[in-house]
Design a protein around this ligand. Structure first.
Ligand code: MRU
Length: 358
């Protein structure tokens, strides 16, 4: 992705240091955050300096590699196993984090250098998958389409390109005229802060809408297509994504609007039978009670936006049942959100893997 004149990835590793775009500073300030140790990387995932399923998957992969590189000779595996627990304890919902840690942990049994190579491979795969999702998803976008998206499943949520936004970038490159409605996505406002910033960098026309305006827009026929991302997809096609996604899906169903989920196969958890088994992260009530921004002089401010003394409930994700999903855009193509399609896709992937090993 280009920021100004410079090409960036959302997260990467240089030597033993994990580097990332600081997403808590955006959109007001663009800066790079350094994580010299696996522990710093854990902190960055927890406080959402890096966020979004693919980006935290890559950050977790790098953190696991850092742990192998940092582990002392005595109690080597105790250190690494503790680190793995800490990395896996940072955020519970995104499948990519657990997928990445498992792979790097296995690779590290050969050597610390091998763990790092595997982490780099996972980050590269994330880029390739996102690019392919763009290509497949673009086929769904007609010229002059008005597309609604929720939260941020763009390049900031992955290593590059993104998922829900990747088809939009491909369509734009092909010269299609498109317009994006960006859900604000309270309480952390990933739509208003991050998706809006990304679309601006890419020159895609958009407007931010308050979360509660979506129903009315759909009712008026102003939305042709909805594309969202995913944090974890169960074997039956149920999808966990940013809180509010379920409402969009039910509305899309009511108004006959195609509702697509864009995600790499690394987000699909075949061990998870249905959405009921997905652990939903609950975050601090402060994210609801306060808002961070800048004042007229550009100084950072935090303001209370509720009746003082209130409490708040803040689940970060919801689960959309498969029946509301028109299709899942993966790096292998667009599939139906149901058990059979997911099983046959994974049979194909396993078959390809066996072929390439023989
Ligand atoms: O809590 P976040 O910002 O890490 O949430 C993850 C997400 O960005 C969304 O749920 C997104 O739509 C899917 S992840 C690409």
């Amino acid at each position: 992705m280009l920021v100004g004149e410079n090409a960036y990835q959302t997260v990467w590793m240089e030597g033993q240091v994990v580097k990332m775009i600081d997403q808590n500073a955006l959109p007001f300030e663009f800066r790079i955050h350094d994580c010299p140790t696996y522990w710093d990387s854990c902190m960055a995932i927890t406080d959402m300096t890096v966020r979004g399923a693919g980006a935290i998957g890559a950050a977790a992969a790098f953190a696991m590699a850092q742990a192998f590189l940092e582990a002392p000779e005595t109690d080597h595996m105790v250190f690494i196993d503790d680190a793995r627990d800490e990395i896996e304890g940072t955020r519970p919902t995104a499948r990519n984090l657990f997928y990445a840690v498992e792979k790097v942990y296995a690779a590290g049994q050969i050597s610390a250098e091998n763990a790092k190579i595997e982490a780099q491979r996972i980050a590269l795969q994330d880029i390739e998958d996102s690019r392919a999702i763009g290509k497949f998803g673009n086929k769904l976008i007609k010229n002059k389409a008005k597309i609604l998206t929720h939260c941020n499943a763009g390049w900031l949520a992955f290593v590059d390109y993104g998922t829900a936004l990747s088809p939009i970038y491909t369509a734009k490159k092909e010269g299609k005229e498109i317009f994006v409605y960006v859900d604000e996505t309270r309480p952390r406002s990933q739509g208003a802060r991050l998706t809006a910033w990304e679309l601006m960098q890419e020159g895609v026309p958009f407007t931010i809408i308050p979360d509660n305006a979506a129903a009315s827009l759909m009712q008026q026929g102003k939305v042709d297509l909805i594309i969202v991302g995913a944090d974890r997809i169960a074997r039956n096609g149920d999808v966990a994504n940013k809180i509010g996604t379920l409402g969009r899906a039910i509305l899309a169903h009511t108004f006959g609007i195609p509702f697509y989920v864009a995600a790499p196969t690394s987000t699909i958890d075949t061990a998870c039978k249905s959405g009921k088994e997905i652990v939903i992260e609950e975050r601090s009530q402060d994210e609801v009670l306060y808002q961070d921004g800048i004042d007229a002089n550009g100084n950072k401010v935090r303001v209370m936006v509720c009746a003082p003394g209130s409490t708040a409930y803040n689940p970060a994700f919801d689960v959309t049942p498969a029946r509301y999903i028109t299709g899942i855009i993966t790096e292998k193509g667009i599939i139906k959100a149901h058990h059979q399609s997911i099983t046959s896709l994974f049979n194909e992937i396993n078959h390809e893997r066996t072929e390439s090993l023989s």
